[in-house]
Design a protein around this ligand. Sequence first.
Ligand code: TRH
Length: 380
Amino acid sequence: MPELKTRWDIFCTVVDNFGDIGVTWRLARQLVAEQGLAVRLWVDDLRAFERLCPDIDIHLSQQWQQGVEVRQWPAEWPPTQAGDVVIAAFACQLPGAYMEAMAEREKPPLWMNLDYLSAEDWVIGCHGLPSVKYKNVQKYFFFPGFQKGTGGLLRERELLEQRRQFQQSPESQRTFLQGLGVDRAPGAQLISLFAYENTGLASWLDAMAADSTSTHLLVPEGRILGDVECWLAEKGLAAGAVHVRGALTVQVLTFVRQDQYDRLLWCCDFNAVRGEDSFVRAQWAGRPLLWHIYQQEEDVHLDKLEAFLELYVKGLSEPAGEAISGLWRAWNAGEKMTDHWQSTRKHWPELEKHAEKWCLEQALQADLATALVQFYGNWI
Ligand code: TRH
């Protein structure tokens, strides 16, 4: 008799942006491809999903994508058997009828909340602890993280090897960029920009335009575009637009597929990223980065920013650490970037080496999908 696969249900409500679906889709794919599990991904907003994965048919209530059973999370919940493992992403509330189905199982499922990523120390103490209980079903906290004792980061098994091969092949990079309509100007540094609205952008663009080195800035369509338009004094920017100001070329790209976005990051010398998933992917790119953190009430996001910086600058010389921290803090406060960018540029070779080292150190931890499977293995 063939062995029955463990069945995992992942629930995702798209609060805003792409991080919720970005993380859960990546996790679901990896659990299928690398752990051989049967995964159902319940998503309440297939339109957001479609942006990351254009193969999604937004009209279907059930479809298979890369081995993952994708289910539209309907307002009217259908009778459904609960899985062996249930993941509620980012504290989303499961349908009441599904909770009943969990409680009705002969053996209750492992129920976990996959939390937001944070580098704060308290995460280590809370990772894996029991949370609330529904009838006989116990929920557990599962925290991603950068340090030992956390659930780690999402990282596909072949990711770093694929990245290494791609970065060693100028031909692959050229072909990929050409596919996006990008012709990298010789000698220009390539920078990608994915961020929320930011009042600091104009000063950063000023600095790049006035620089002695030329820069080719690639901006996938999104929330930062309004600030780019203001700076260029050009309305209605759309994919394909290219504008040159001094040493800076600004090019707008279409929002690419999630797997292509990795390649874009791997091509660039520097990546401005945001939220959660792109932030992690930029770290796996092994290149210096700038993080625009997702703003939270009472500025709690600033503690998260500081906690990450504290870890990240370890191993950097003091001036280089101060330069990159200053840049990140200014960006997240929407402040003037000019001086911070110049200081960062001064320490470029050190920051480049450090980005690769940080990536390899992080890769020593078990990846998040493996850690989840190990957690389940220890629990049964
Ligand atoms: O979209 P985000 O701002 O998502 C945020 C964060 O996750 C935040 O923590 C959360 O609270 C909030 O959503 C609700 O940034 P993030 O996490 O980087 O997600 C973006 C996803 O989009 C990521 O999976 C990469 C993907 N992407 C593409 O697929 N193509 C693209 O062209 C770009 C720019 C991104």
